[in-house]
Design a protein. Structure first.
Length: 601
């Protein structure tokens, strides 16, 4: 009987194995250029409609001009509808409190990713011996009845997962399926009769270069490396490899800096390095962990600047809880920098302070500096912070030149502050909601990130090197809900900073609650350094124009009469360019020249 089962049969082809799975949502037969969570969107629209209807009923019931049966009917329907909406709100808030995705459909997708990666790991591992891919075992499995049944059983399991998937388009699962297809080619040692070879380089005629055999050898290494590190699931892998920790530089929290969950980090200069007398105050967005400035050794802005003798202070916003739900832009954009810069100046009264801001952090610190300049000049004091370096920090938000038109249209269509308050008012907006918005801005990013990681896996060092960034990317923080609503309404849609309408509080009654005069940055002698990317969809180059608008703008002059001059540097880079050693080195070189008043390269 065993001999019959192991009888030699015609060798399997990768197409035959793939046909077992069939056409699934992971194939993008629709040809969509981005990831489309259509089920989540459909359910989201239904929930939005229910809350919208309740809002109308509540308004009718409270209208002083509504009497009798109409008011009673509205109140009755509102109470009935509340019995439907209450468990929806409770479920969303409980999920966020437990650090889970409040979107149950997306949560199912997360389980599919984990299950799919386990199948990839176990199937690949069946053919790994002493860390190397066993080609003889693969040939035997592909040419026996028992082996055929083994592989088909696996394909059926992959099929079940793919058919349960809830997204279509250029998705994360599609990238994972590309790796599966690569594995099928390695098992059968045959190219697909239909479709391209994953990760293959081809010439103009579609021929694999340098050869199909070399393609096999390269991909054996790819699968061996991924299996050795169990790196098929980028989220699980990055968490395991980093141990949930990021950064390579030691720091301490400044005493007296804790305000709600926000704290100020101080990175002491390592022994043996001479201080240069300069301080850099670093500010990051509210939606990311601050370790973007200190991901890992040789990929750390903090590390590089410490070696140059700068003292580093960095704002750590923490992960907001219920007590931060009512905090707004005034708190994060005025109260915090007022306190922290005051603490720094008390610790180092003779040292000059520079600013470095990334993305939203830079956007919010600019009007703060303008308000600070207003307050100090009104008190007869000179401006005490006169250099700010911005990294991909947008300040112009319009439907035209800024490049933000598409996302502003999306916000107007989909963003409902009332719904946000009802769902997340007690727990803050979860990172998964922010991530969904980022996916809308960056078409196909889920696919490209995962496929790019697999593509570089031919080098085991590249796999390990990617772990800190992948952990940072997949572990966002909550966004204080009131602050988020203000960010969307005042900055993104209102364009208040650029149009001179953005107001901040002040201890000086003359300025308190009044719009900030951004033009005062020029009179105060503040120089602005803009570092922006031509491939940045989150902060398009057309929106990063602070250095061309305020401060010491250089209108064709070699040097302005007083102090340093603004600088604008645009590179062929994306939004998170510091994960590249080359791009990071270029940035550090240019920003140091700005801080030292040296001519740009």
């Amino acid at each position: 009987m065993d001999q019959e089962k192991n009888a030699v049969i015609q060798k399997l082809t990768p197409d035959e194995l793939l046909d077992v799975i069939g056409v699934t949502p992971a194939d993008n037969v629709e040809g969509i250029h981005t990831a489309l969570p259509w089920k989540s969107k459909a359910i989201g629209n239904q929930v939005r409609s229910l809350f919208g209807y309740q809002r109308i009923l509540n308004a009718v019931g409270k209208d002083i001009f509504t009497f009798g049966p109409l008011a009673m009917a509205a109140s009755w329907q509102s109470a009935l509808l509340e019995t439907v909406l209450r468990p929806i709100k409770a479920s969303a808030r409980l999920a966020v409190g437990a650090s889970r995705n409040p979107d149950a459909i997306a949560d199912v997708n997360g389980w599919i990713y984990k299950s799919y990666s386990r199948l990839l790991y176990t199937l690949t591992g069946f053919f790994i011996k002493d860390g190397r891919f066993d080609r003889e075992k693969a040939r035997m499995i592909c040419t026996t009845e028992k082996g055929r049944a083994y592989l088909i059983n696996y394909m059926e399991e992959f099929s079940q997962l793919e058919h349960q998937y809830n997204n279509i388009g250029m998705t994360r699962l599609k990238a994972m399926k590309e790796l599966l297809k690569c594995l099928l080619v390695l098992l059968t040692e045959e190219p697909f009769a239909r479709g391209d070879l994953p990760f293959a380089q081809t010439d103009s005629n579609g021929n694999v270069i340098p050869s199909f055999e070399e393609y096999l050898r390269e991909n054996y290494r790819r699968l061996e490396n991924l299996h050795a590190e169990n790196a098929f699931d980028i989220k699980e892998f990055s968490e395991r490899k980093t141990g949930g920790e990021l950064g390579c530089q030691a720091y301490e929290f400044v005493e007296g800096s804790e305000l709600h969950r926000v704290r100020l980090r101080y990175y002491p200069i390592p022994q043996g390095i001479k201080p240069n007398g300069k301080i850099i105050y670093m500010v990051t967005p509210l939606i990311n962990r601050p370790e973007l400035f200190d991901l890992a050794c040789d990929k750390s802005v903090v590390e590089a600047l410490l070696k140059k003798g700068y003292m580093i202070y960095l704002v750590d916003h923490g992960n907001p809880g219920w007590e931060e739900t009512e905090l707004g832009l005034d708190f994060y954009g005025k109260t915090i920098p007022d306190l922290y810069i005051d603490l720094i100046k008390k610790r180092h009264p003779q040292n000059e302070i520079y600013i470095m801001g990334y993305c939203m952090g830079g956007t919010l610190i600019l009007p703060y500096l303008a308000r600070r300049a207003e307050e100090r000049m009104a008190a007869g004091l000179p401006m005490d912070i006169r250099k700010i370096a911005l990294m991909a920090s947008p300040v112009k938000f319009d439907d035209g030149d800024s490049g933000h038109g598409p996302i502003r249209t999306l916000i107007r269509r989909d963003y409902d502050p009332y719904l946000m308050k009802e769902l997340f008012g007690a727990v803050n907006i979860p990172p998964q909601i922010i991530e969904a918005g980022m996916n809308e801005i960056q078409p196909g990013v889920q696919y490209t990130v995962v496929l790019g990681f697999y593509g570089r896996a031919v080098s085991r060092e590249a796999i390990l090197d990617a772990a800190p960034f992948l952990f940072w990317l997949t572990r966002g923080t909550k966004f204080p809900i009131h602050c988020h609503i203000e960010w969307i309404q005042k900055i993104f849609l209102g364009n208040e900073i650029f149009e001179g309408k953005y107001a901040l509080p002040s201890a000086n009654p003359k300025f308190d609650g009044k719009p900030v005069n951004m033009k005062i940055l020029k009179k105060a002698g503040v120089a602005i350094f803009d570092y922006r990317g031509s491939r940045d969809p989150i902060a398009p180059a057309g929106s990063c124009v602070a250095s061309e608008t305020w401060g010491q703008v250089n209108h064709g002059k070699i040097r302005l009469p007083k102090g340093p001059v603004n600088r604008t540097i645009e590179k062929n880079i994306g939004h998170i360019f510091v994960v590249s050693r080359k791009h990071l080195a270029d940035y550090l070189k240019d920003v140091e020249r700005f801080y030292r008043d040296e001519k740009p390269s």
